[in-house]
Design a protein around this ligand. Structure first.
Ligand SMILES: *[C@@H]1O[C@H](CO)[C@@H](O)[C@H](O)[C@H]1NC(C)=O
Ligand SMILES: *[C@@H]1O[C@H](CO)[C@@H](O)[C@H](O)[C@H]1NC(C)=O
Ligand SMILES: *[C@@H]1O[C@H](CO)[C@@H](O)[C@H](O)[C@H]1NC(C)=O
Ligand SMILES: *[C@@H]1O[C@H](CO)[C@@H](O)[C@H](O)[C@H]1NC(C)=O
Length: 481
C-alpha cells in the first residue's frame, strides 16, 4: 500500500469525537435560574438572540428529493454560503466527511440538473468573506494529520475525494461564511452564520460530472474533524448530534442538528474507529424466520460491518445474505418469474398489494435494536404491473471483492434516524417524516418543534456514494493571487 495513502486512511480513522461543548450554553441557563425568570421562555429566547446572536443550539436544514430509485434517488439540502449569500443544493451524505461545492473555473462541472434546481458555481472572489486555505494553515495540517510535504506559504490546501461509486471530486479548501437556520421557536428559525472550511471543486468525475442527477455539491456528515458538524461543534455551537427523517412517500423530510428530544429512539453502539457509521448486525429475519447465515458474515473489520449511509439510494448485502434472503422472500410466490432490468435490478410482474404478498424483513442489531423493512419499502414499482427489488448483492458491485453491508435510503426512509456522536451511538424509530420532531435549545432549555420541508425536484439512482478515500495530493496548486 502506498504509505501516503495509509497516512490518510489513518487520518480518517482517527475520527474521535471531541469533548462535548456547551459551557457557555449552561451559563446562560443558570443565569436565568438565578434571576428567577426561568418561567418566561420568550424572555430567554430574546435574551439569547440578543446576547448570543451567533450561538447555534439547533440547526434545521431544508431537505428535498426522495429515495425512490425510479425517481430522484437522493436527498439534498439547501445551504447558503458567502457574502452576499448565495444558495447551493447539496446532497446530504452521512458516508463522507467534507462539504464541497462546484466552483467557478471548474473544468468539468455540471452546468444543468434534471432535479429541477438551478445550479450555482461558488466564486471565492465574489464573496467578501471568502478566503483560500493555504497548505501551512491549521485546518490543512490537521486534516492531513501533519505538515504537507513540499508545502510553501503561498500554496493552497488541496483535496480530492473518491466515492464508493467511483466518482470523484477534487479542488482546494476555502474558508467562508455559511448561513444556517437556527431553530428559534416552534417551526421557526432565523439565519445565523459561522465560518466553515469547505472544498471548492475544480474537477468532478463519474456521476458527479454528469447532468442528470447534478447538484452543487455534497454535504458530508461523517465523523472526521473536517466535517461541517465537527467544525460547528469544535467552537461550541452545537452538540455532535443530528437526525434525519427522509420522507419516502412525499420526498423531502426533516434534518436537524442538536439535541433531539422527541421522538425517543433506541440506539445501538457505533463500531469505534471506522471511517463511516458502522454498526453491528446480528441477524436477519424474513417473515418471522431467522436466516441461517455464516457467523462471520457481518464481521466489522475495516470497511466491513454494516454501514448506515444516507448518500446511497439502495441497500447492499453480501452475497451470502442476499441469496438466502431473496429465496425466502420469494418462497411464498413460486409462480413469479424474475427478469433483470438495466442489467442490475431483479424484477417481476405483480398486480396485488406487495405488502400482502411478501414478508417483512427485520434486521437485528447489537443492543436489541431492530429495523423493520416493509415490502413496499424494499420493492419499488417501475410500471403499473412491474416491481423490482431494492436489495442489491454487494458482491456484484465491488471491484475489489469487498462484501460490505450498506444500508441506504431504501431502508432509512420513513424513520427518524439519530446520530448521537456524543455517546457514539446511532438509533432509529419508524416515524411520520411529514410531521415534526422536537429539539431542545441547550442555552435556554426551551423545546421547539422542527418541521418537514420538501424543496421540490423530479430523477436518478445513486449507488455507494460513500467516501472511499480522501486523497492527499502532493503537487499543490499555486495560490491564484
Ligand atoms: C479532532 O479534533 C479534536 C478536538 O479538536 C482533537 O482532539 C483531535 O486530535 C482531532 N483529530 C484529528 C485526527 O486531528
Ligand atoms: C476562517 O476565517 C475566519 C474569519 O476570518 C477565522 O476566524 C477562522 O479561524 C478561519 N477558520 C479556519 C479553520 O482557518
Ligand atoms: C454574521 O452574523 C453577525 C451577527 O449576527 C453579523 O453581524 C454579520 O454581519 C454576519 N456576517 C455575514 C457575512 O453575514
Ligand atoms: C403525518 O403527519 C402529517 C402532518 O402532521 C399528517 O397530516 C399526516 O396525516 C400524518 N400521516 C400519517 C400516516 O399519520
Amino acid at each position: 500500500m502506498d504509505p501516503r495513502l495509509s497516512v490518510l486512511v489513518a487520518a480518517i480513522l482517527i475520527g474521535l469525537v471531541s469533548a462535548a461543548s456547551g459551557n457557555v450554553v449552561f451559563e446562560v441557563q443558570n443565569k436565568f435560574r438565578v434571576d428567577g425568570r426561568s418561567s418566561s421562555l420568550s424572555a430567554m429566547r430574546s435574551y439569547d438572540a440578543r446576547r448570543h446572536g451567533r450561538l447555534l443550539s439547533a440547526i434545521n436544514l431544508q431537505l428535498g428529493g426522495n429515495g425512490d430509485p425510479s425517481e430522484t434517488g437522493l436527498y439534498f439540502a439547501r445551504i447558503s454560503i458567502g457574502t452576499p449569500p448565495k444558495d447551493y443544493y447539496v446532497q446530504v451524505d452521512t458516508g463522507s466527511d467534507i462539504l464541497w461545492v462546484n466552483c467557478a473555473g471548474c473544468s468539468k462541472c455540471p452546468v444543468k440538473s434534471d432535479l429541477g434546481i438551478e445550479l450555482t458555481l461558488y466564486n471565492v472572489e465574489e464573496s467578501s468573506t471568502g478566503v483560500m486555505v493555504k497548505c501551512d494553515q491549521g485546518f490543512c495540517t490537521s486534516t492531513y494529520n501533519g505538515p504537507l510535504p513540499n508545502c510553501k506559504p503561498d500554496l493552497l490546501c488541496q483535496y480530492s475525494v473518491v466515492y464508493g461509486d467511483g466518482s470523484s471530486t477534487s479542488g482546494y479548501f476555502v474558508n467562508d461564511t455559511v448561513h444556517l437556520d437556527r431553530v428559534t421557536g416552534n417551526l421557526q428559525s432565523s439565519t445565523s452564520n459561522r465560518s466553515i472550511v469547505f472544498g471548492c471543486g475544480s474537477r468532478q468525475s463519474g456521476e458527479l460530472g454528469s447532468s442528470s442527477a447534478a447538484l452543487d455539491g455534497i454535504l458530508g456528515f461523517g465523523q472526521a474533524n473536517s466535517s461541517v458538524l465537527s467544525q460547528l461543534a469544535s467552537s461550541g455551537k452545537v452538540k455532535k448530534i443530528f437526525a434525519h427523517c427522509l420522507d419516502g412517500k412525499k420526498g423531502g423530510g426533516i434534518f436537524a442538528i442538536g439535541d433531539i428530544v422527541q421522538p425517543k429512539v433506541k440506539t445501538t453502539p457505533l463500531v469505534p474507529n471506522q471511517p463511516h457509521y458502522n454498526v453491528v448486525m446480528k441477524a436477519v429475519e424474513v417473515g418471522g424466520d431467522v436466516l441461517q447465515l455464516p457467523t462471520d458474515v457481518f464481521d466489522t473489520g475495516y470497511q466491513k460491518g454494516t454501514i448506515i449511509d444516507s448518500g446511497t439510494t439502495l441497500a447492499y448485502l453480501p452475497q451470502e445474505v442476499y441469496d438466502p434472503m431473496l429465496k425466502k422472500i420469494l418462497a411464498k410466490q413460486p409462480q413469479i418469474k424474475l427478469h433483470t432490468v438495466e442489467e442490475q435490478f431483479t424484477c417481476f410482474k405483480y398486480l396485488e398489494s406487495v405488502d400482502d404478498g411478501f414478508p417483512e424483513v427485520t434486521f437485528h442489531f447489537e443492543g436489541s435494536l431492530t429495523m423493520k423493512v416493509y415490502p413496499h419499502e424494499y420493492l419499488f414499482q417501475i410500471s403499473d404491473e412491474a416491481w423490482c427489488f431494492g436489495w442489491q448483492s454487494s458482491g456484484l458491485q465491488s471491484k475489489d471483492g469487498k462484501d460490505m453491508t450498506l444500508l441506504g435510503d431504501l431502508v432509512l426512509s420513513d424513520k427518524l434516524v439519530l446520530y448521537d456522536l456524543e455517546n457514539q451511538a446511532i438509533g432509529w424509530t419508524e416515524y411520520n417524516c411529514s410531521s415534526t420532531i422536537k429539539v431542545i435549545d441547550d442555552s435556554t432549555g426551551a423545546v421547539y418543534s422542527v418541521g418537514a420541508h420538501n424543496i421540490g425536484s423530479t430523477s436518478t439512482l445513486i449507488i455507494g456514494r460513500i467516501q472511499t478515500f480522501l486523497l492527499l495530493l502532493i503537487s499543490m496548486m499555486h495560490a491564484l493571487l
